[in-house]
Design a protein around this ligand. Structure first.
Ligand SMILES: Cc1cc2nc3c(=O)[nH]c(=O)nc-3n(C[C@H](O)[C@H](O)[C@H](O)COP(=O)(O)O)c2cc1C
Length: 225
């Protein structure tokens, strides 16, 4: 796949087929993805690939916490609301609302069924057969490695296309880090940054039709000189 075609065709996948993703394939994918640049070639990323029974246990724990009304408590603070996203204003709020309208419209989600059809699917990582959690050693105290993690996450999402896989980069995966530590044995010494759901996309699911908008670049660019 051509690079630009890959960048343009990648989209977040929120419905998966149940087939497992072989470990060998994940290793191959990560070998490519970790060619991402990082500040002073720090390569601060480490990966926990969670699947099978451990993933089932994790999903159950997340669902339990969500239903109990536990506030998300990710290692990177993102806001105080019980809602999935932090408090947003202005154009940022507009973009978030536009995305929600698109998703909720496609899936016939309304106030009455939102919990079941949306939130509870999300806290179970859209039933992906595997998730990849990216962590950074706490010895690296600054926030800079988070940028490097972003680069490797996008590389994973792009490489996945070449393997016929889909991904969704998900903050929801890191909402309850204490569960990740207890169930997937991610040590306290690692800061949990972000996760990706990964698997074969279920293209028959209506959510697969989502194609998100982008701001016109002319509105974002300032040339100087
Ligand atoms: C850091 C980050 C966190 C995200 N967290 C979630 C999430 O928790 N749940 C979700 O459904 N999508 C999540 N997404 C996916 C975004 O909603 C998606 O990238 C955005 O709407 C643009 O759509 P696209 O990826 O299909 O181009 C996240 C994306 C990023 C980069």
């Amino acid at each position: 796949m051509e690079l630009i075609e890959g960048i343009l065709s990648r989209r977040s996948i929120r419905a998966f087929k149940p087939e497992e993703v072989p470990e060998k394939l994940i290793i191959e994918l990560l070998e490519i993805a970790t060619h991402a640049p990082s500040a002073v070639n720090l390569q601060p990323w480490e990966f926990f690939v969670i699947k099978g029974n451990v993933l089932s246990d994790l999903k159950a724990a997340y669902l339990h916490d969500y239903r109990r009304g536990e506030l998300p408590n990710p290692d990177i603070p993102v806001g105080q609301t019980r809602d999935i996203a932090p408090v947003l204003e202005g154009v940022y709020k507009e973009r978030q609302v536009a995305l929600a309208k698109q998703i909720f419209g496609t899936m016939d989600i309304n106030k009455a069924n939102k919990k079941e059809k949306w939130s509870e699917r999300m806290v179970q990582f859209y039933y992906a057969p595997a998730i990849i959690v990216i962590v950074v050693d706490r010895i690296l105290q600054s926030d800079w490695p988070i940028l490097d993690v972003g680069l490797v996450a996008e590389n994973i999402a792009l490489c996945a296309l070449e393997f016929g896989l889909g991904t969704c980069i998900m903050r929801a995966i890191v909402d309850y880090p204490e569960n990740l530590r207890k169930i997937a044995l991610i040590p306290e010494s690692k800061r949990i940054i972000i996760g990706l759901a990964i698997g074969s996309p279920d293209w028959d699911h209506p959510i697969a039709r989502i194609n998100t908008d982008r701001e016109k670049v002319q509105n974002l660019v300032t040339f100087a000189g």
